[in-house]
Design a protein around this ligand. Structure first.
Ligand SMILES: *[C@@H]1O[C@H](CO)[C@@H](O)[C@H](O)[C@H]1NC(C)=O
Ligand SMILES: *[C@@H]1O[C@H](CO)[C@@H](O)[C@H](O)[C@H]1NC(C)=O
Ligand SMILES: *[C@@H]1O[C@H](CO)[C@@H](O)[C@H](O)[C@H]1NC(C)=O
Length: 798
């Protein structure tokens, strides 16, 4: 197992730390993730907080974008000037069901974006109902310079000394803690290790390589190469860069950017031949906020922002533009896991699969299931794709007489491309996928024999047809389900073609079965809207025969939920909102919660995550999800425990809290056997059936039962919450989602659920550090209106 400072930078995937306790020969994916904390960031969801900004609601008929613009101007009035402004992002949209317009705003200083200066403003009927902001509010630097910042202005020896001191402090407190798993620290510890290693591994790199003087910010190639040194998992690449720095700089080709400068927005460059990148890197200059020495105010730092797609990672990094090129923030878009109708739509396909609701092979048998697509979510089914949007036909001509859609007889469609990826490489178009021919009956046997370890992989590969068909089926079901709860085209879902309904296209999920790049895990990469999501499912060598993650729906759902939460939080075009800490943890937690909700039934039961694939009853988390505190004791305060610094452990706490809240909502509203809403009528309207409450004018559709309502509130909450949300922000967004949807009739039910696990209104976190630390206090109180006999508010004792 790795030790603190010398080991490689790795983080466990879906499996989190549970499997990490025992040494395993399995290679883990290297990933970097850290960035400055934003102590000044806010998420305000109460009208009182919004009114104090001096903003007056406007008429319900005023364009919501206009409302947001006026609001931003009001809030920032004193700060706006020629050198400080903002722009409304194009991925802003209106939720058709709730009527809430989610407006995303980026801060602009000296004509450059502030990479972490985000606002999300939620507008309904001319009113701002909530907003989040991490806009920079300090002095404006002279163009192309930095304001003083302790983190970066230190001569590098000193900068690295600071990090090392912090690490030592952390290490001591870890050693005093109850669980010491050095190989598996995440969260705070992980940030520091990553930051130290990425930036201080070669303390004199900038000097040794004679990287241009610190005033020269025009050429980003040295900064990019330094980033690659930190990012690549490959020692040979590191040696090659260090040994031939200038040659690498010269080799990198900056493509003509004239077609890459969207009107009036920041100029972007495309760079080819970047070592270890699998596609040209995007680069643009920006500012980022960095804390001062005391951590009580922020400064603006000039950075190069890179988007780097690699074999196992897809990074968005901010690297200081001036030498030494420190990596200030880095997000890996990869997360481990563990109404038009076309008359030519063909007969539905069918698949021999573990049907929707059967979580894994231990829970039931396979059966023949129809391509039961949702006509709203997938109007032309799962196996049709417009010729013009089919990447396998790129550059080819096809005859218009063939029509608009191409019908496929393989696992290739508008939402999902499912294929084998034994080589573990990046290409997918020509990889193998089963072809069921004209009948499109995907009926393959599944009967793996017990072999010895040497033969186990080959044995598993015999069932590749079965496993791809299952992955295709589950992934399309998830696409359709999430669609019906509002993960549609404008909010950033994954489809090659959007049927003219808005949003960015050409971004179906690339789903790789039995991916050769790992074992005992799974992961998902979520770039911004308009670029394909990439899911990689692995074999698990935890039993003989090997278990295939593709067959465990909970793992597939968990992974696809990364795409959901990343695209919904902070807007479709911002994939950097759930990178680390509490937000990164919730990114894991939502996946567990949604997977568990999908498999659950009317009869309450506790559930484990990944227990079939991992071959352990307890699954891959510390606890199974349970209402019973004796079985799962997680509370908000649990996040302070040393073993709880990784995103999976944080996520497990969040999923448990949501599970508890959800059971309260179910107790109140009952249970729906299916999570799928009814199909629309011929005129396109959706009937209430027994699923929604009876329609009332043009009020939003409200799911009638507890499990469906909670599902809806969780998704709507993701749309409302701020970029880089804390547990408090995500909780408040769910409570506001209920306010918008039902007028707040579950206000007390929701608070009761949150308070049961310490996330009541009196919960607190104190002493946040730039590394994401702090001491949490559980809050078990309820808001006064929810108390039967209103008590005096209690203040937590120290
Ligand atoms: C797709 O399939 C349907 C029904 O099988 C057929 O009518 C239609 O012509 C097909 N489209 C193409 C482009 O082959
Ligand atoms: C997989 O399916 C194809 C047809 O798509 C078939 O030719 C092949 O034999 C099958 N492979 C296995 C291993 O069953
Ligand atoms: C595994 O089993 C195969 C087939 O029975 C056999 O040929 C091979 O030698 C075995 N390998 C080991 C390491 O036991």
């Amino acid at each position: 197992m790795r030790c603190l400072l010398t080991a490689s930078l790795v983080v466990a995937g879906l499996a989190g730390n549970a499997l990490g306790h025992s040494p395993s020969p399995v290679k883990r994916r290297k990933t970097l993730g850290f960035g400055p904390d934003h102590p000044h960031a806010v998420f305000h969801a109460s009208p009182y907080q919004i009114k104090t900004n001096g903003f007056t609601p406007m008429g319900a008929d005023v364009d919501p974008i206009k409302v947001a613009e006026v609001f931003v101007t009001d809030v920032l009035g004193h700060q706006l000037s020629e050198s400080s402004s903002f722009r409304i992002r194009k991925d802003s949209y209106t939720d058709v069901n709730t009527g809430v317009t989610h407006v995303y705003v980026r801060q602009i200083v000296n004509g450059l974006e502030v990479a972490d200066g985000d606002m999300n403003i939620n507008v309904k009927d001319g009113m701002v109902i909530s907003y989040g902001s991490s806009f920079y509010n300090g002095a404006i630097p002279t163009p192309f310079t930095n304001l003083d910042s302790h983190l970066l202005r230190h001569p590098h020896g000193e900068y690295c000394d600071i990090l090392e001191t912090e690490l030592a402090v952390l290490d001591n407190s870890l050693l005093r803690g109850e669980q010491i798993v050095l190989g598996d620290r995440g969260g705070k510890g992980e940030h520091l290790v990553h930051m130290h290693q990425s930036n201080c591994q070669f303390p004199d790199l900038a000097n040794e390589l004679a990287i241009p003087s610190s005033d020269d910010v025009a050429d980003f190639r040295p900064a990019l190469l330094q980033f690659m040194v930190a990012a690549t998992p490959n020692d040979e690449v590191v040696n090659s860069i260090l040994g031939n720095f200038d040659a690498h700089v010269d080799k990198m080709v900056i493509q003509d950017h004239s077609d890459f400068a969207p009107s009036g927005e920041t100029i972007e460059f495309l760079v080819d031949r970047v070592p270890d990148a699998v596609n040209p890197v995007k680069a643009r200059m920006a500012y980022i906020q960095v804390p001062n020495k005391k951590g009580d105010s922020m400064h603006l730092n000039l950075v190069w922002k890179f988007e780097v797609e690699m074999q196992d990672n897809w990074y968005e990094a901010a690297v200081s533009a001036t030498a030494p090129h420190r990596i200030i923030s880095v997000v890996d878009w990869a997360s481990d896991a563990p109404i038009p109708t076309d008359p030519s739509t063909p007969e539905p396909a069918s698949y021999n699969v573990f049907k929707w609701g059967i979580n894994d092979p231990a829970e039931g048998d396979r059966s023949m299931e129809k391509e039961n697509y949702d006509v709203l979510a997938s109007p032309v089914g799962w196996h049709s794709i417009p010729y013009a949007h089919d990447p396998s036909l790129k550059g080819q001509r096809w005859s218009k007489s063939k029509g608009f859609y191409r019908n496929t007889t393989t696992t290739w469609g508008n939402n999902v491309f499912a294929q084998e990826n034994w080589e573990g490489q990046n290409s997918f178009i020509d990889n193998y996928r089963p072809d069921a021919g004209k009948s499109r009956v995907f009926d393959y046997k599944y009967n793996p024999k017990t072999t010895n370890k040497t033969d186990a992989q080959e044995e598993a590969q015999k069932y590749i047809n079965t496993t791809i068909a299952q992955l295709f089926y589950t992934s399309n079901m998830v696409h359709d389900l999430y669609y019906r709860y509002g993960f549609d085209e404008v909010s950033g879902n994954f489809q090659q073609y959007n049927f003219g309904r808005g949003g960015a296209e050409n971004d179906a999920v690339i789903a790789n079965a039995q991916d050769g790049s790992g074992y005992n895990n799974a992961n998902f990469m979520t770039p911004p809207d308009g670029q394909n999501g990439r899911m990689r499912m692995y074999l698990w060598n935890t039993a003989l025969p090997y278990r295939d993650g593709d067959l465990e729906a909970g793992i597939v759902i968990h992974e696809l939920s990364h795409g959901l939460s990343t695209r919904l939080t902070g807007g479709p075009m911002n994939s950097g909102c759930l990178g680390w800490g509490e937000s990164g943890g919730m990114g894991e937690g939502w996946g567990d919660f949604l997977a568990t909700t999908i498999r659950s039934t009317k009869e309450y039961s506790d559930y484990a995550m990944g227990s079939w694939a991992a071959n352990r009853v307890q699954g891959i988390r510390n606890y199974i999800y349970s209402l019973d505190e004796a079985i799962n004791p997680s509370t908000y305060k649990t996040l302070d425990k040393p073993g709880y610094w990784g995103v999976h452990a944080v996520g497990e706490v969040w999923a448990e809290i949501l599970w508890v809240v959800s059971q309260g909502v179910i107790k109140k509203h009952g249970y729906s056997d299916s999570l799928f809403p009814p199909q629309p009528l011929e005129d396109g309207t959706v009937p209430a059936g027994n699923f929604y409450r009876p329609a009332q004018g043009n009020k939003p559709l409200v799911p009638k039962h507890g499990n469906t309502l909670m599902f809806q509130l969780v998704l709507n909450g993701m749309k409302l919450q701020t970029c880089r949300p804390s547990f408090f922000d995500a909780r408040d967004a769910i409570i506001q989602a209920d306010q918008v949807l039902t007028g707040g009739e579950n206000f007390c039910t929701l608070w009761e659920g949150f308070a049961k696990r310490g996330l009541g209104p009196d919960a607190k976190v104190e002493g946040r550090t730039p590394w994401g630390g702090g001491i949490r206090t559980n809050g078990y109180e309820l808001p006064l209106v929810c108390q039967e006999e209103p008590k005096k508010p209690k203040y937590p004792k120290d």
